[in-house]
Write a protein that binds this ligand. Structure first.
Ligand SMILES: Nc1ncnc2c1ncn2[C@@H]1O[C@H](COP(=O)(O)OP(=O)(O)OP(=O)(O)O)[C@@H](O)[C@H]1O
Ligand SMILES: [Mg+2]
Length: 328
């Protein structure tokens, strides 16, 4: 089962530059969480703090009985075994083939025999669709394949916490759809706690249980997917709906003149789009932490945008046939 991560008052700066301050949130055990934010707002730095690669200036990261923000190297080494991390660039060893890259954590952290290692490595390589490529070097394969090899390596120790830094960047839309399904299926099978950093709005809208947004050196919002997708908070609304109108500009923050010009032009915000159904595991069985569609809205008396929680008619099986028949 996954474990809960409780972050309290976390602050990180480099030299005099504050990246973010007072970040407080709980990643509930076994849930899928997505962290969004404009480029450079410190999402990768946040993941690196969670896994203990960077020390925050202030605050706490509670995992089981440990505080990763303050513990020593030995304790950190032990807690790190709970994590599987997919770094932004895959972070493979360039001189090792994919097989040895994926086998590396098992050889480093366990006393398993080479034949046991082989069966685990091949199982994970097959899971990410790289069977046949295991003898290739990272330099000989595409960026998307390197990502998937990084994912296989992150999975070999059966982690209880999985961190993904932009698993979908550089992937084509079809592979992104497969990857999202793989993430949901993995969460169902492992029950691990997931945190995914992504720029893909469709991923953010359909995959997670909770969504967070880092903006302007703080955590602008963190909470259930339905809460964030109904939110009228300008920054959250702008980001989750990929709109130009709002406080975020090309250089992260619009200046007062730009905002005043926008207000004066009377530019109206388009209505909130419907909330899509959450992506379900491919075997049709619910995840351990899955909530029924619309539950948060119902419990909080919030009316979701019209058309929410409907199956996507255009992709539903038989939709094309029905449309064709309707035309005839
Ligand atoms: N080791 C470091 N030393 C100094 N500054 C750093 C270090 N790592 C990151 N930074 C700075 O911290 C800020 C946040 O970087 P980070 O990589 O976390 O952004 P990000 O939100 O992941 O962006 P992107 O979406 O482009 O990946 C940047 O200004 C970056 O230059
Ligand atoms: Mg990053």
């Amino acid at each position: 089962m996954g474990v809960e991560i409780r972050v309290e008052g976390l602050t990180k700066s480099f030299g005099g530059q504050v990246i973010w301050r007072d970040v407080t949130l709980t990643l509930p055990s076994g849930e899928i969480n997505v962290m969004l934010g404009p480029s450079g707002t410190g999402k990768s730095v946040f993941l690196k703090c969670l896994v203990g690669l960077l020390k925050p200036d202030r605050g706490h990261i509670y995992i089981e009985s440990h505080d990763l923000a303050t513990c020593g190297e030995r304790e950190l080494y032990e807690v790190r075994k709970l994590f599987g991390v997919l770094f932004q660039d895959g972070a493979l060893f360039g001189s090792m083939n994919l097989y040895d890259n994926v086998a590396f954590p098992l050889r480093e952290h366990t006393r398993r025999s080479e034949s046991e290692i082989r069966s685990i490595v091949m199982e994970k390589i097959e899971l990410v669709g790289l069977l046949g490529a295991e003898r290739k070097l990272p330099g000989e394969i595409s960026g998307g394949m390197r990502k998937r090899a990084g994912l296989a390596r992150a999975l070999v120790l059966d982690p209880q916490i999985m961190l993904f830094d932009e698993p979908d960047s550089g992937l084509d839309p079809v592979r992104t759809a497969y990857l999202n399904q793989l993430i949901v299926d993995l969460n169902q099978q492992t029950g691990a706690t997931f945190l995914i950093v992504t720029h893909d709005i469709n991923t953010a809208r359909t995959v997670p249980d909770n969504i967070g947004l880092l903006y302007h050196r703080h955590l602008a919002m963190f909470g259930p997917r339905e809460m964030c997708l109904c939110s009228e908070e300008p920054v959250v609304r702008q980001f989750l709906n990929a709109q130009r109108i709002g406080p975020i500009g090309m250089a992260e923050e619009k200046d007062a003149d730009e905002l005043a010009a926008e207000a004066a032009s009377g530019a109206a915000l388009p209505p909130l789009p419907p909330i899509p159904l959450q992506l379900e595991p491919s075997n049709g069985l619910p995840r351990y932490t899955q909530r029924p569609a619309g539950q948060w809205c119902l419990a909080h008396g919030v009316k979701p945008p019209p058309g929410s929680f409907q199956p996507n008619v255009s992709t539903a099986p038989g939709a094309a046939f029905a449309a064709e028949r309707g035309r005839a």
